[in-house]
Design a protein around this ligand. Sequence first.
Ligand code: FNR
Length: 206
Amino acid sequence: MSDARPMTRTIDTGDCSRRFKILAIPGSLRRQSYNRGLLEAARQLAPVGVEMQIIDLAEIPHFNSDVEEQGDPAAVALFKEQIRRADALLIATPEYNSSIPGALKDALDWASRPAAESVLRGKPVAIISASPGRFGAVRGQRALRQVLDHTGARVLAVPEVLVARAGELFDEAGKLQDEETRARIRALIEVLVTWSRSHQAELVAA
Ligand code: FNR
């Protein structure tokens, strides 16, 4: 199915009484993923009025222009629609060899096409990351920011949430136990909602 819609954007009036929808995207496909765990915590910590849907990228194929010419595969069409409907995205990425996992890059490549109608353009995005190492996937975050900047997404600059030594912060059931990290995630969501709403209001005023 080719995406022949005109270039439209969902513009909110900044109405705070409407539920704010965040699409949460884990860059890892691992069942016990720390990054997925951050998003599970985010969903629990989200303020009233904020709805968070966590998706899985496992069904999204590698990007292939030949396949794209035949029309988006069903998983890709669904992914684009989920992005289109979301007020903002929250992406949790691991760092693989100083960059982002291939599955996440493929998904973003699909979402960025066709460029003139990209569902990523103008979309508010916040990034979080976790790593068992000392640096919390800082290079992965940087790589993700570079990709998103190219797509025209609006990426929240601060607060940065980098979760280092993730293995020490989750319990055996995969629940984030560390209170300081939970507080940082809650603050990030609050800023993401406020910032996205002010951006939407700017678009309406323009
Ligand atoms: C890693 N890991 C890793 N960690 C890191 O801090 N910097 C890195 O460059 C890499 N590189 C890397 C490459 C590949 C192929 C794998 C599989 C792993 C370790 C990585 O942070 C760890 O596996 C995390 O647990 C992955 O995140 P999830 O799956 O727990 O969300």
